[in-house]
Design a protein around this ligand. Structure first.
Ligand SMILES: C[S@@+](CC[C@H](N)C(=O)[O-])C[C@H]1O[C@@H](n2cnc3c(N)ncnc32)[C@H](O)[C@@H]1O
Ligand code: SF4
Ligand code: SF4
Length: 300
């Protein structure tokens, strides 16, 4: 991370904590909900299957920038399916950088060729060892591995949503991350139980066991892009929600925190690590602040 970006984030953090401000810093643009997969744990794919046009996405990026967002995520659906004439995902990442976003990340299922050196991180969903990943995501594991090996940059971070199907394969994802040259780190979430995927939710005990494994992996020098100090809050779901410093925009509609904000009683069962990490950070939790400084400076 550039020193100027670090100073910007530090100033934002201090102002937010001291003045209890609710200005966003992290924003997500949903490019489309169209997807080539239909994963067992996912409730957001192919509801409209519309690929939003370039002008609309550009205007949504501008809206987020003016709202204060400086960490931008492109998400979907499948982000690499986004195209408008000659313009593709890479065009959007470059334009986001030119607009002044300080960190630009993309979330993908990894089934398309990975040529995105301008992104700070490509969060690539890997949901277990070959067997468990393929149960959740269809027969995609081998294609993903080929795409990672052929990627044009080493900015990939695995993104694993831990649920009932893959909870025993955390180590597999960690060792794969450690051993692949283009993979910089691995980041986790617990399954967030939308009404149609409640059966995949983890119990408190299961979350505790997963965190023990992740801590063991950290001790073995696996590059884990999460904050250990947030684990107790994630296990007991006792972190503040929603995250007022995070926004998402989909088809012109802005929501605080996530597009799941309107689902009754979901926030109290939220499994997204970034929510715990950001809300605790902006409450001024000292352990989280120190942990975040250490972790973010290492991987971005
Ligand atoms: C909705 S997908 C969109 C981007 C891309 N298609 C992908 O799979 O990475 C974004 C991330 O959300 C995760 N996800 C989907 N449903 C989830 C849930 N109910 N709880 C936690 N994570 C979930 C996916 O595993 C993926 O890592
Ligand atoms: S690839 Fe992503 S958007 Fe598509 S179904 Fe899977 S989790 Fe959902
Ligand atoms: S806190 Fe609520 S709105 Fe935010 S990601 Fe979790 S479930 Fe969604």
């Amino acid at each position: 991370m550039k020193i100027s970006s670090f100073v910007y984030f530090a100033k934002f953090g201090i102002k937010t904590i001291l003045c209890k401000k609710k200005i966003p810093i992290l924003g997500t643009v949903i490019l489309t909900d169209k997807c080539n997969l239909s994963c067992k744990h996912c409730s957001v794919n192919n509801i409209t299957a519309i690929i939003h046009p370039y002008e609309q996405i550009k205007s949504e990026m501008t809206t987020l920038y003016h709202a204060g967002v400086r960490i931008l995520f492109f998400c979907g659906g499948e982000t690499f399916m986004w195209q408008d004439g000659e313009k593709n995902l890479r065009t959007l990442v470059k334009e986001a950088k030119d607009m002044g976003f300080l960190i630009v990340n993309v979330v993908t299922n990894g089934t398309f060729p990975l040529d995105l050196p301008e992104a700070d991180l490509i969060l690539l969903s890997l949901d277990g060892d070959r067997e468990r990943h393929n149960i959740i995501r269809g027969d995609t594991y081998d294609t993903i591995m080929k795409n990672i090996n052929a990627a044009t940059s080493d900015n990939i971070c695995f993104y694993m949503a831990i649920n009932q199907i893959n909870k025993d394969t955390i180590k597999d994802v960690c060792y794969t991350a450690k051993n692949m040259k283009n993979v910089r780190a691995v980041s986790f979430n617990f399954h967030t139980p939308y009404p149609d995927t409640k059966a995949l939710a983890l119990s408190k005990k299961e979350k505790e066991n997963c965190c023990k494994v992740i801590i063991q992996m950290m001790k073995e020098k696996v590059p884990v892009f999460n904050l250990k100090s947030a684990f107790p809050y994630l296990i007991s779901n006792q972190f503040p929600t929603p995250c007022h410093q995070c926004v998402v925009i989909e088809n012109g509609k802005i929501s605080t925190c996530g597009r799941c904000i309107e689902i009754p009683n979901l926030c109290e069962k939220c499994g997204y690590f970034f929510v715990a990490e950001y809300t605790l950070l902006f409450k001024g939790n000292v352990m989280i602040i120190l942990d975040m400084l250490k972790t973010y400076l290492k991987y971005i």
